[in-house]
Design a protein. Structure first.
Length: 427
RNA sequence: GUGGGUGUAGCUCAGCCCGGUUAGAGCACUUGGUUGUGGCCCAAGAGGUCGCCGGUUCAAAUCCGGUCAUCCACCCCA
């Protein structure tokens, strides 16, 4: 039996883990400023959480979930997205009783059984935010502003665009679907094979089709979803757009946007890029006023979104956007020459670490030259050198790796050091 | 689920079409280049079941079949 990682799964090793954490904290830092607090929820839920949450006709539920039966005979699924679980937790912990508005964010791994390709793995990280308890357009506006600020602080605002739309309430959408079918059916033959099927399964998606032929047909449609919106939905959209303009958020209204999940009502939006091949969405979300009730909670309006962490990292890489890493931590190398010095070096390293410094040492009895090379490679700013000479006189040599200056000091001086700044005073 | 590409050293790849000496390069790694000093340079060294299985052949990294993995596109989505 071969021991290997599952198809579509990834290990993340050192420099990337650092970047991942940096991206995460950059994003969640913005969320906190908007008053969102973290919630963690299980990776595994009863399958019903997702089938009633996302809608059991959606692709995600129908063919992309990792679903299996437990020993106890329950059907469970690994989470394919965050919202349904958060809503379940929101209801189950009666968070709606604690304050009229609840603002939550989450971050973690999601699982979907899809064929992997660029920007799409079977397990991937999402950071998302959900705002419960307000149906005011200003809530939509706030959450979009938060998403946009997170994107901006990542340095990506020039590489993505924000598109939004209103898809109204289910009834309005049904009527729109009907008109679409009515309009498109006579022209069925000019649609691509896929869209001919969609005509009966999911006509809204035809608007999203990228093939030229379909685009041509759909561009002739003399009406849009907006013509089918209720007055209430239209006012909601107008107020949202007004607020976004007030905040100078560069949105584009795109009536072709439809989302793959059933739970959206009125506002939907996507942050997309043209730099990641066909996996072009880096973040997406919308309003879902009916979901909480559908999952057994009290009537509660809500808006939220999720960001794809790996896609954001890919985009950062492709666009050469550097996140300014928060001041590289200073490194000290403790170098030893000779068998006797080794033990002393280890003790010194230990002492310095207790003072909060990052310290590297060599375990083996290696040459000074090789230890210096290593110090250089690890990017040490200072080296502490303990050799036979130093040992004899109770000294240590301190070398500034940048300037090459080197001086000796009494060993007990190390005990008085308070952090890295004190090295700088010495040399 | 459907189509196409690619699997050779830790990494990036050359060699394959036109089978034939010990399978290569760059980067990285180790050790040296006078006694205890890094970055540059130089030298040496280590490191490979040529994805796997089978076939053709005197001979296969190279040709053929299968298989697995991976990437890309469709689809779907973050």
């Amino acid at each position: 039996m071969k021991i290997a990682r599952l198809h579509g799964f990834k290990d993340i090793c050192y420099p990337e883990t650092e970047k991942l954490r940096l991206v995460e904290s950059s994003i969640t830092d913005v969320f906190k400023r908007f008053g969102f607090s973290e919630i963690t929820i299980p990776i595994l839920e009863l399958s019903g959480v997702y089938s009633t949450g996302l809608g059991d006709t959606t692709d995600i539920v129908q063919k992309e979930m990792y679903t299996f039966e437990t020993k106890g005979g329950e059907w469970v699924s690994m989470r394919p997205e965050g919202t349904a679980g958060v809503v379940r937790a929101f209801i189950e912990n009666s968070l709606y009783r604690k304050s009229p508005v609840t603002k939550l964010y989450y971050s973690g791994e999601m699982f979907r059984y899809e064929k992997p390709q660029e920007g799409r793995q079977r397990s991937f990280n999402q950071i998302g935010a959900e705002l419960f308890g307000s149906r005011d357009p200003l809530a939509d506006s706030d959450i979009i502003a938060m998403l946009w600020l997170a994107i901006t602080e990542l340095g990506l605002s020039d590489h993505v665009k924000l598109e939004l739309n209103s898809i109204g309430k289910p009834l309005e959408r049904e009527r729109y679907k009907e008109s679409l079918i009515e309009f498109l059916s006579p022209k069925k033959d000019s649609l691509c094979e896929n869209c001919q099927n969609r005509l009966s399964t999911n006509p809204l998606r035809i608007l999203d089709c990228k093939t030229g032929a379909c685009r041509e047909v759909t561009s002739d449609i003399p009406f849009s979803i907006h013509d089918h919106l209720s007055e209430q939905s239209r006012e909601h959209l107008d107020a949202l757009l007004f607020s976004l303009r007030e905040k100078s958020i560069p949105y584009r209204l795109n009536h072709r946007i439809v989302r793959g999940l059933d739970y959206y009502t009125d506002t939907v939006f996507e942050v997309t890029t043209d730099k990641l091949g066909s996996q072009n969405a880096v973040a997406a979300g919308g309003r879902y006023d009916l979901l909480v009730e559908r999952m057994g909670g009290p009537q509660t309006p809500a808006v939220g979104f999720a960001m794809g962490v790996e896609r954001i990292m890919l985009l950062l890489e492709k666009t050469g956007t550097r996140r300014n890493s928060p001041g590289k931590k200073q490194i000290v190398c403790v170098i030893h020459i000779g068998e006797n010095a080794r033990g002393v070096a280890v003790k010194i390293a230990d002492g310095l670490r207790k003072k909060g410094l990052r310290v590297e040492t060599e375990y083996e009895n290696k040459s000074l030259k090789s230890q210096m090379r290593k110090a250089n490679r690890t990017g040490a700013t200072y080296s502490v050198i303990i050799g036979e000479d130093e040992l004899r006189k109770d000294l240590f040599s301190l070398r500034n790796m940048k300037t090459g200056e080197e001086k000796s000091f009494p060993l007990k001086k190390l005990a008085d050091l308070e952090g890295h700044g004190d090295f700088r005073k010495l040399l």
